[in-house]
Design a protein around this ligand. Sequence first.
Ligand SMILES: NC(=O)C1=CN([C@@H]2O[C@H](COP(=O)(O)OP(=O)(O)OC[C@H]3O[C@@H](n4cnc5c(N)ncnc54)[C@H](O)[C@@H]3O)[C@@H](O)[C@H]2O)C=CC1
Ligand SMILES: NCC(=O)COP(=O)(O)O
Length: 332
Amino acid sequence: MSSRALDCPVIVSCGDPSGIGPELAARAWEHFGARLPFVWIGDPAHLPRGTKIREISQPSEASTHASAGLPVLPHPFPAAAEPGKPDPANARAVIDVIARGVDLVMRGQGSALCTAPIHKKALHDGAGFAFPGHTEFLAHLAGVDRVVMMLASSNATPPLRVVPATIHIALADVPTAFTPQLLRDTVRITAQGLRRDFGFDTPRIAVAGLNPHAGEGGAMGHEELDWMNDEIASLRAEGYALSGPLPADTLFHARARQTYDAVICAYHDQALIPIKTLDFDGGVNITLGLPFVRTSPDHGTAYDIAGLGRANPASLIAALEMAARMGAARGA
Ligand SMILES: NC(=O)C1=CN([C@@H]2O[C@H](COP(=O)(O)OP(=O)(O)OC[C@H]3O[C@@H](n4cnc5c(N)ncnc54)[C@H](O)[C@@H]3O)[C@@H](O)[C@H]2O)C=CC1
Ligand SMILES: NCC(=O)COP(=O)(O)O
């Protein structure tokens, strides 16, 4: 491991303490020990009883302590955490921990930020959280106008990387929100991310149609004819290796995945259903377009199993590995 990686560990925000985040952080530390030092920001009282921890005062101390316990930057919360039952009293602190993590990576004290899941409605109800999720909140904290959500598989061959162009909005709002400018920005940021963080010199990007059969020549919807064909042609003329608009139903099987490095989808479920079906345990959520690396497991707070010891840490482990790899590459 490079000396920068030792000085500059991955920062993990605790997420919702009544979800599975704390127990997964403990499991991830058991998995990695000192092999991939990371720092958990949260309230030590929210970790499973018996978790070995080492309280530290700055991230650079993590590597010294990671073999003995989970390095923790303590962030006291007002209330205890009852599994599966978010306490509105804790909502503000959940948000503050994310902001503290961003501050650390923006000041170069962490190589990347890996966020444990939050419950958006619990944060909205408890603290007036005005963002649909981490993605938009992180863009706000970093002062960036447009970012892109990408979910990448770790265990699929060929791999799958999906980008929902619109994210957490009602399906009824998608046709209005999915505009030529949004597609253009999404292609640009996705291509930059694939070059910078995934090592593709000329990334191949597929674009899924909005409608069944990509509109079938206007018989099943008109957005492909109205603007998607022209916008994709224009982006291709600018040098992007783009294909589409392609029918989404035949875009995710193994042979199709060999033809692109990422696929831009029109809306959330068009992108997330295939990746979570193919690799729920190894899926990693990445925010492209930020001035720092951010990853996250692909799953949510899983209140139904929180505290039962049944949560699978594989997605968090994959997210930590990806964060460390991307952070190291950017620092090189
Ligand atoms: N990055 C983030 O902060 C994310 C947050 N969420 C939020 O999480 C909350 C709950 O969302 P849901 O749709 O219920 O999705 P979820 O991913 O929390 O749970 C869906 C199902 O998968 C299971 N599951 C999830 N993670 C698992 C794991 N590691 N091991 C074993 N089983 C697991 C759960 O038990 C549940 O049956 C929502 O508020 C949602 O917005 C959802 C996805 C990502
Ligand atoms: N469905 C993905 C998800 O909810 C993750 O959102 P974010 O918190 O990473 O913006």
